[in-house]
Structure formats: C-alpha cells, structure tokens
Design a protein around this ligand. Sequence first.
Ligand SMILES: Cc1ncc(COP(=O)(O)O)c(C=O)c1O
Length: 365
Amino acid sequence: MKKKRVRKGVEGLIPYPPGKPIEELERELGISGSIKLASNENPLGPSPLAVQAIKERLRGLNRYPDGSGYYLKSKLSERLHIPLDRIILGNGSNELIELLVRTFLSEGDHVVQAFPTFLVYEKIVTGAGGIMTSVPLCDFTVDLDGILNAIRPDTRLIFVNNPNNPTGSALSGKALFRFLRQVPEDVVVALDEAYIEFVTDSGLAGAADTLRMLDEHPSLFFLRTFSKLYGLAGLRIGYGLGHEWMIDYMNRVRQPFNANSLAQAGATAALDDEVFVAKTLETVRDGLTYLYGGLDEIGLEYLPTQTNFFLIKVPGGGKRVYEAMLREGVIIRAMDSYGLADYVRICVGLPEENRRFIETLRRVL
Ligand SMILES: Cc1ncc(COP(=O)(O)O)c(C=O)c1O
C-alpha cells in the first residue's frame, strides 16, 4: 500500500508499555519461577467471593449482560450513598477515560494533565485529536495551581490522578476543594481514584471525603476500579461517578453491553468481601514497612507512598536495574517513558516476593 491513512493524532502514538505477562517473559528469557511487581496488581489473587459469584454466573453466558448494570450499580449506590443515575460502569476504568474523551472532547480541543501521571490519558486524548498540556509535578505531587494556570478558553477536560501513578502521592481534601471551586463550570474534571482506597494519611483526600466534592463542581467525574483493591484486573470492570447530565451523555455514547456479565457478578460480590479487602490493606501496609526498611538498609532513596506501589531511585539508571532484575526473574517497571530515567517503580507483593525483591536488588546493585 502506497499511503496508509489513519486518523490525525494516531500517527505519532507510541504503544502503551504494559507490564508483560509472566508467562511471556519466562518464555522469552528461558527462565521460570519469576515474580511480577510491575503492574500495581493485588498479590493475593482475586476476591474469593467474586470468584464464587463468577462461577455461578457461567451458566448464563448464552445471554447478553444487563446493559443497565442494575445490581452492581444498586450496590454501589447503597454503599457510596450516590443515586443510581450518577453511576456508570466501564470495561475497566480505562474504558471510562475513553468514554469521557468521546463524550466531551472534539478534535482540536484542549486538555490538561499533570506529568508524570498515568500514560493512558495522553494516549487517548491525542488519539482523538485533542491537544494535551502536561503540567510538571511539583515536588513529585500534582501541581493544582499549575493546572489552573494552564486552563485556556478551549480547555474541555482536566485529568487529575489522586493518588498519582507513578509517584504514589495524594492531595489534601482542602487543596482539591479549593481547586474545584476555581475551575470554570463547563470544564470537565476527571478525578481518577484508581488507588484511593489505599490512602492511609488522614490529612489527605481518602475514599470517604472525595465524593462530597461532587457538588463543588457541576462537571466533576470520579473514576474508580475493581482492578486493584478487589484483585479483579483481568476481569475488566470499573465505575464512574458524576453528575446526572454527564452520565446521561456518556450512556448515549457507550456500547450497550460494555460491562460483561461475569464482571458485573464478580464486582457485585467483591463489594461484600470485607475479609479480602482488610487482608489486602494489611498486606500492603506490612509490605511497605518491610520494603522501606530493606531499602533503608541498602541506602536507596524512595518516595513514600499512599498506594500499593512506589518509586525507588537507583544508581546507574532505572532501565539498567530493570533489565538486571528481569534476568533474575523479578519483573519491575523502568520509568523512562514517564520521564523518570533514574527510577524504577515496584508494587507491594506477598511477603516472600518482597523479600526476594530486596535480596535480588541488593545483589544486582
Ligand atoms: C491511575 C490509573 N488509572 C486507571 C487504571 C486502570 O484501571 P482499570 O484496570 O480499571 O482499567 C490504572 C491501572 O494501572 C491506573 O494506574
């Protein structure tokens, strides 16, 4: 073919670098018994209550899913004290990022994000022909004043990831309230709270506070996910919370069966899995204490986190350490695509995985 035609904005896109599945890496490197601490996943496996519910739903796979997601949305509504018509489901929260862009952004419109942050925002915005301005983090934290200063008359959308991936830093509720009051009413603010349930510092915005912010801004939208706390990353289910008018338009744009029936059943059951949630939070808390201690002993700098992952500054560059660890069967994440070439990012694993990480890192360095 002489000329390949693609949509404006798609030509320059770089594929998202997902953490490779363990099986694929082991095949490539000819190794076995590796551990993966690269994708901020839940090391305990999926919520057992979700697995049970999914098994029970298998027999109904000949039917299309409930396109309205009634049972899952009802449970969320009850838990979060949010009316049903302020909730929308997604095939992972990633799909909701795409839906936001398809619903509120026209080609050439302007969007603001922090940087470094979750790489998917820029990818989807640019692919849709939007113009992204990235405001550098200030001391590894999202610079809300910088974002306010970057707003232009043609700005339609702002992405704020709280806590922020890859830095693990969270914003205070006070700072967020102040920010929201200053954003023009018609600019959609997408607050991505994929890791909000992990926030432990009571001075920072946690899951209980942020929903109160909905009434502070008429175009506010929250993104949440079952991929992390509930261990359901492979199931692909997330949800969004926003004003009725936003949900109404997004429902017009979304595919009718975007949340599949196993995902709806699994997520509904996971919301009741208090034992699993408590165990996850404890695993992350204890794992972080152990990992921080190990890094202190080695003498490496790291960024204390409000999530289940964090950045470590490594001598000789993150890519080199990533590759050396990989050869030892420990999969972590290099941060060059996030503009942090001196860092690697890891997430908390099981106690034996955390130990193996520290021992391997010590050896590799
Ligand atoms: C900040 C952030 N938002 C969203 C997601 C994607 O979540 P989901 O699995 O629900 O699509 C991730 C996953 O890594 C993330 O880090």
